[in-house]
Design a protein. Structure first.
Length: 250
């Protein structure tokens, strides 16, 4: 049986009188891709923000490997082995791909008091950055400024930055956004490879990619879980077809 890495239990988030997330429960397991799909405004990104500690939950719990980490700040959750990417690329454009990854690797140092030592002298950080770039398939772009990379390559560098923190859990918020078919296929192949050694929560609108890579899908509508199951179960669900995939009653 797969090992559960991260769980949400009856997770809710309110903004004033608006319920952005209502009692959402799911589990992410090692070696699995758990995709969260739904229309805009369904609460998908809010869920990722709660799981990563960037927003506090109004109710419910978040657990990592059985440990209750509800209310932990984002930096502490990251230290526990959870890394995330964002809808929009979040990179230092003037730095090289390698420099971006090395900065991410530095976040694993126990103290920030290393400013008297040149960054390039840290062989462990350099090795972690190079390894992450290789994992993400952009090792050959290590010395290229991020601003000179294609959109797809920038997405790969952002995933590499997440990998440089040595996570067990990856939260990926629309990593295929704005990509063409070739770049999307490359990211799908990358996700399959990464799932061998990680648990992955994937938020994505590209349904072809989702059904190609996901082991489990959770469908959200209006901040709630409509249905959760295998790709075949979700494809055949009448409720999902009517609410999200556009099939109407005859």
């Amino acid at each position: 049986m797969a090992e559960s890495i991260l769980q949400a239990r009856a997770l809710s988030r309110h903004f004033g009188g608006l319920a952005a997330l209502c009692e959402v429960s799911l589990a992410c397991e090692m070696g699995q891709v758990h995709a969260v799909i739904g229309p805009n405004g369904a609460g998908k990104s809010t869920l990722v923000n709660l799981l990563s500690g960037e927003l506090p939950a109004s109710a419910g719990r978040v657990l990592i490997e059985g440990r209750d980490i509800t209310g932990f700040p984002a930096d502490r959750i990251s230290q526990l082995g959870v890394a995330r990417s964002y809808q929009k690329t979040n990179l230092f454009q003037q730095f090289t791909a390698f420099e971006n990854c090395r900065l991410a690797a530095q976040s694993r140092l126990r103290t920030s008091m290393h400013f008297f030592r040149p960054a390039l002298a840290r062989r462990d950080l350099n090795a972690a950055a190079q390894h992450a770039l290789a994992q993400a398939g952009v090792a050959d772009r290590a010395q290229t400024p991020v601003s000179a990379l294609s959109h797809g390559e920038q997405r790969q560098v952002e995933i590499a930055m997440a990998l440089a923190t040595r996570p067990r859990m990856l939260l990926l918020d629309e990593p295929l956004a704005g990509m063409g078919a070739e770049e999307s296929a490359r990211i799908v192949a990358l996700l399959r490879e990464l799932a061998r050694d990680h648990a992955i929560l994937l938020v994505e609108h590209d349904m072809d990619a989702v059904f190609a890579v996901a082991n489990t899908l959770t469908v959200m509508v209006n901040g709630r879980v409509l249905e959760s199951g295998s790709p075949s179960q979700i494809r055949s669900s009448r409720a999902v077809q009517e609410a999200y995939l556009g099939v109407q009653n005859a």
